[in-house]
Design a protein around this ligand. Structure first.
Ligand code: DGL
Length: 267
């Protein structure tokens, strides 16, 4: 039976969703969390919508079997392509990352120009453009895919000369458009925040992980926010490949040792 001590399920193609896990853990420190990274099949962002949908249903199915009480799709690509279908297929609340990021971007922009960076599939889907335009039609939106950012992050190369050069090459085009707000429209990208901010000086960066965590908090009954006395939080991690790399790169990002981790195969 599902109850308030049931876990929140979070999934992404790889370690990017840890940006969401970190924020959820920060604002809901008593919640049990189960994280799934589909590391055998990362990146999702270069795949077709059909393939992304199939993968996302497999991840969802696995987490549902863990008796989760709420599902966070911590992947912009999946949120852009199959969030609605996932929502229709399950009986628990499902939270994606695009709507919260779009809302934060709209409240941040002063000059009504917003840049979006994300995977090819996310940008091609126009999900951010639609979400932003539905809030304010007068805003100009510039989308740019940055496909090399995900492998850089999975490799742990989040600073230094290579990350800096890649960021400069990609972001020059978007900097020239004069947007005052840039959405990090892929959950991997906040790990590159320092180099992105260095190139996009003076531009407000929107981290959808932070915004999504607030939505998760608002969806849960307030009794869950504080947890019951003596309750200790558990966190379990599942990956579909290379747990060692996940422990190294993910642990360094979370700044803690990832212990409770298991390699699984998705059906
Ligand atoms: N972190 C994911 C996203 O937010 C997916 C990156 C990928 O696997 O390409 O889109």
């Amino acid at each position: 039976m599902m109850n308030s001590e049931s876990a929140i399920g979070i999934f992404d193609s790889g370690i990017g969703g840890l940006t969401v896990l970190k924020e959820v853990s920060r604002i809901l420190p008593h919640e049990n969390i189960i994280y799934l990274g589909d590391t055998a099949r990362v990146p999702y962002g270069i795949r077709s919508p059909e393939t992304v949908t199939r993968y996302s249903f497999e991840c969802t199915g696995f987490l549902l079997k863990q008796n989760i009480k709420l599902l966070v799709v911590a992947c912009n690509t999946v949120s852009a392509i199959s969030l609605q279908r996932i929502r229709e297929s399950v009986s628990i609340p499902v939270i994606g990352v695009i709507q919260p990021g779009a809302r934060a971007a709209v409240s941040s922009t002063k000059n009504k120009k917003i840049g979006i960076i994300g995977t090819e599939t996310t940008i091609k889907s126009n999900a951010y453009v639609n979400a932003i335009k539905s809030l304010d039609r007068s805003i100009e939106v510039f989308g740019l895919p940055c496909p090399l950012f995900v492998p850089l992050v999975e490799e742990g190369w989040t600073d230094g000369a290579i990350a800096q050069l890649v960021a400069e090459k990609y972001l020059k085009g978007i900097a020239d458009k004069g947007a005052d707000t840039l959405v990090l429209g892929c959950t991997h990208y906040p790990l590159l925040r320092a180099v992105i901010q260095d190139v996009m000086r003076g531009v407000h960066l929107i981290d959808s992980a932070v915004e999504t965590a607030k939505v998760v908090r608002d969806m849960l009954p307030s009794a869950d926010h504080t947890g019951s006395a003596g309750m200790t939080r558990t966190r379990r991690f599942f990956v579909t490949d290379s747990p060692g790399k996940f422990i190294a790169v993910g642990g360094s990002f979370l700044q803690e040792e990832i212990k409770n981790i298991e390699k699984i195969e998705l059906p």
